[in-house]
Structure formats: structure tokens, C-alpha cells
Ligand binder design. Sequence first.
Ligand code: PLP
Length: 457
Amino acid sequence: MTELSNMSLTQMDQASLFHPVTSIHDIEVNGPQIYTSAQGVEVTRDTGQTLLDMGAGLWCVNVGYGRPELVQAGAEAMQKLSFQHFFGGASAEPTIRLADRLLGLFRDTVPGSDMARVFFGNSGSDANDTAMKLVIYYNNLRGKPAKKKIIARQGAYHGLTLASGSLTGIEGYHTAFDLPIKGVLHTSCPHHFAFAQPGESEAAFTDRLIVELEEMIAREGADTIAAFIAEPVMGTGGVLLPPEGYFARVQQVLDRHDILLIADEVITGFGRTGQWFGCGTYGLRPDIVSLAKGLTSAYFPMSASIISNRMWEVFAGASEERGAIMHGFTYSGHPVGAAVALANLDVIEREGMVENAARLAPVLLESLREATQGNPHVGDVRGVGLMAGVEFAGFRAGGTPHKIVAKHAMQHGVLTRGLPYRPVTSFSPPLCVTEAEIVEAGKRYARALAAAMPELD
Ligand code: PLP
């Protein structure tokens, strides 16, 4: 028994827990929000309040909460083979089947893709660290030791480890951590609504971004740039959809300069955009795909990196001479995670959740437009599949209307997130959400917005 045990849970949290991405001051003043259970799209707090989770956790609980199929698959796998590492050629059935299934899914749903192998990790951040390391390794094997820099984008979110946090292009995550590390560049954010010049069309905006990218490559020297990393839709940045023609043009530039493309599908993978992968939605032909979140619907921490044939051929070609690729983690390929992922994919397929995301996309947009219609502080409502954002505009400098509204939304029974880059509240419900739940969430959001108005003016 520690002396903490007589405290309330709130006090114990305040006295012992170091929360990620949380203001210490805020926890000291307001305490934590403690959740006790969840089912489908609804989460319950220790206060008894139930809320519609229009964020699916952190864009991750794709099949919704409390699915018995995933629970059972995890329990059975844990009983049968609680752990197996994959170092030195060790292997296990669920992970073999998952790698095969991911390759098949990607091949079948992303035209023109040419992927060879799947590497497993534990989180989106480590998947992007893996991508960065493999890109370096690839160019060392090819005898191009100077070709190592990675271009990311302002407003990008790729994780928070030293490497992935450097790829992230949001200043708040760099300040006082001495990030980014060397070798990471950030090109302009492709967000037309906020960064286009007056009267600039989407196509003209894309032209300008491509010129900037070309100039950056010329300035640094193409022989120093190894890869370009992009989320097909920028999530944490503010649900930023690529402007017209953007990825096709970027791809041409990369091809011309022998630069690899890393697609960060940590959010967009597994149905979020209304297709299985954002690469399919927007025509990307990546060399590495980072996956996490929806891979297991967050029931188990697991990531996957799908590697292209052109990279694999270089790795395999050098293998006899080089020996083992000295990269991997204790939990790489965890058989329990793989079993949960397989059950998760079964549920997504059997219940047509990717199709559900595509079908309900207009309903989500319409209900947000209705909720925000005529509001003088709302500048844009946008989205694709079941990811959408409401961007605020025309508020006083230094204001945080999106955070104020998100707080009110919580009080009104709907979870949305106030994002850190653009003043946006985001919506990314579980893919099992129903039309009625979306409409109800829209009504609650409208009431929250009305309640927040005195603080926004
Ligand atoms: N990449 C993207 C696009 C993400 O949205 C996130 C997390 O939100 C990450 C990477 C990092 O994933 P994790 O938090 O699992 O490390």
C-alpha cells in the first residue's frame, strides 16, 4: 500500500501520471477526464456522462469500441503463443498471414503499386523512424552516401520520437526539444484555404508548391535528397486535403530526381478516406507505406511498414555480403497483435466499413455544414471519407476558437479535437458509425458552438 492509495483517482493521477501531450498546469488546475468504458461509437466517463467519440480515440478505433471478435482473437492468441520474436528468422503463423494479407490488400486497392515485403513495429512514430533508417540504408547500399535528407511538409504530423518528431512540421512539437534533427527539410504546407494567395486557384497553388519543391531540391542538390514523406491527407495538421493535381505533380518531381516517396498512412490507412488506403484515393505510388492505428483499430499497439520492390531488390542483392539488416524491435511482428489485426481486417471487410465510410462522407460534411451555417467564425468545412475538419477564421490574434469549441463540445456530449496547427476541430468517427449517430453528433456540435459564442466574439 502506498500513501497514494487513499487518494481519489483524480488526485492519484495528478500526483503520479505524466500525461503525453498535456499541459501540466491544466492537469493541476482541472484534473484529468477519466474514461471507464466504451461501446461502438460511445465512450463513458466516471461521471456517468456518455459521449459520441467523433475522434475514434486518436483517429484509430476504426471498427469501434468493444468488438468481441478482436477481444477473442487476442485472448486466444495470447493463450496459444503469448509472444514470439522475429529476430534471426524466427516466425509465427498470424504474422506471416498478416504480412501476406497486407501486401494483397495494398496491391488490389492501390493501382500501380509494386510492394515486396512488410516489416512490423509498435507505433506510427517508430514506423516513420523505420522508414527514415531504411531510406538511409538503401542509399548507402547504392553507393550514394550523400543522398540522405528527407523532405517533409510544414503542418505534417509523423510522430514524436527524435526522428519522426523531426519529420513532423509543427513548431510546437519542436520547441525546447532542439528539433528537427539535421537532415530534415520542410517544404510548404499544401493547404489552399489558408495559404493560397488572393484569387489563386487550386491548380495555380499547386503550380507554386511544385516550383518551391523544385527550388528546394535544386538548392540542396538532388544528390543529397533521399525521400519525400507525406500523409495523403494531413490529419493533425487540420484535415488538409491535397490541392488539385498535387500528388501527381510531386510524384513526377520525385521520379525525375531519384527521390523515394514515403506515404504516411497511419491515419488514412484502413478505410478512413472511403477507400482502403489514401494512396488509392489520391494516386500515390510509394516506396514505403507507414501503417498503424487502424491496423488493429488500436486494440493492440502495432505498426507496419510496407516496402517497395525497388528497395527490396537492393536490400536482398546486398544481403549475402552484408549479413543481417540490424534493425528491429522486441515486439516486431508480435503474434498477438497480428491475430488482433487479422480479426480487425475480417470485421472491416465483413461489415463493409470502407464502403460505409464512403457512403457516409456526404452525411458527415452536410451535418457539419448545417451545424456551422452562418457562423461568422467558421471559414471552411471540408473532408474526405470519414475525416472532416471545421476551420475557424476571422478571430482575434492569439485566439483558440477551435479549442474553446472542443471543450464545449465535450460538455455537450461529443468528442472532437482542437488541433495544434490550424484552428480546426476534427471529426474522424469509427467507421462503424451510423447516419443517426453522425446527425446527432452534428446537433450536439451546433449546440456547443452556440454555447461557445460569447467566448469567441
Ligand atoms: N503519422 C501520422 C499521420 C499520425 O497521425 C500519427 C499519430 O497521430 C503518427 C504518425 C504517430 O503515431 P504514434 O502516435 O502511434 O507514434
